[in-house]
Design a protein around this ligand. Sequence first.
Ligand SMILES: *Cc1c(COP(=O)(O)O)cnc(C)c1O
Length: 410
Amino acid sequence: MMSASPFNPALECLECPACGGSTDLSAPRGTCPACARPLIARYDLARVAGAVAREGLGRHGTDLWRYRAVLPFAPDFPAVRLGEGGTPLLPLPRLAREIGVAELWLKEEAGNPTQSFKARGLALAVNGAIAFGKRRIALPSAGNAGSAAAAYAAAAGIACRIAVPEDTPEAFVLEARGLGAEVRLVPGTIADAGRALSEWAPAAEWWNVATFKEPFRLEGKKTLGYEIAEQSAWRPPEVIFYPTGGGTGLVGMWRAFLEMRELGWIEPPLPRLVAVQAAGCAPVVRAFDQGAESAVPWEHAHTVASGLRVPAPFADALILRGIRETAGTAVAVSEEDMVDAMSALAESEGCFACPEGGATLAALRRLRASGEVGPQARVVLFNTGSGLKYLEAWRTALARRRVAAGEEGR
Ligand SMILES: *Cc1c(COP(=O)(O)O)cnc(C)c1O
């Protein structure tokens, strides 16, 4: 038995932005005990600022545990690690010239364990499960989250059940099974997978690590904001394009920038956060355009970008607040534009992107053309995972390239 608390002494409580309630860490809690909405970790940032300076982070390694002072675990908590985070922020000079922006950068997340940025969130969620004394985790997934959960569960020696839509690309299913998880294929979308999971892995026995159903995936995604700020010499970019499914990365970066402002590590204004979705599943874009505070579930959701096929994001209200309070916006892109942009990232910058990554470039082109992003802007795009697990999307991309080349030759 561990006698000392596994949690960071600066972690004050988990709070609920929806009802204003807060809860301590004495009992494991995934969502708000009062209203069942997402919980967010709150730290004593004055205490953190007194203990670490941004210049002293280098002592803590190069992966995301470098930001341990603002992560939930105690300094001596033996975290399960696979080398998550610490990914490069790469310049995209050719695309910057072509599109006409002062600076264009790519946060390249494909180098994470299991090849996507889901590793950040699941590393924290699996360690959180262990800190709460849980030995079984479960989640619905569109692909990458399942693979990452399986990897950390394997490394931690705990059980993992994953429900995925039956049309999930086979690479994800093989990978998660290879990593020792039990995987069930369910007809429909991730929402249907979630419903199936509640019977197959009931919450009383299986700790639910679905997006925003526990508080620590958000903490892992928060490190994206810390890395982007540090890699920009603490002068973060003006605009960040984020491919938004469940929204942990967008809300996580927003939290990170607010924390860093309070820590005195960055100056306002905060980067404008742009939520990018697929035209075939754009509940956040629709709600944003209508001025709504929550999103209505999207019917018949379809897109090749499986990470964006989230018809009813549980944290819709938080995502919409994060966009509005950073003066950001929300954009939906067509499948064709997404796949062509994925292909352009590969051809002109050497990044074998996933369709979600392509979506961010397609969205930048749109906002640059409309003038919502000006020529002086410093912009960050995201490639959230490797293109290797999306062979279908790549077949389409190459077929479209051949057709375009043929038309030019005529
Ligand atoms: C999950 C996922 C997303 C969406 O991330 P959220 O934090 O759920 O909004 C984007 N891209 C890829 C590759 C993903 O796996």
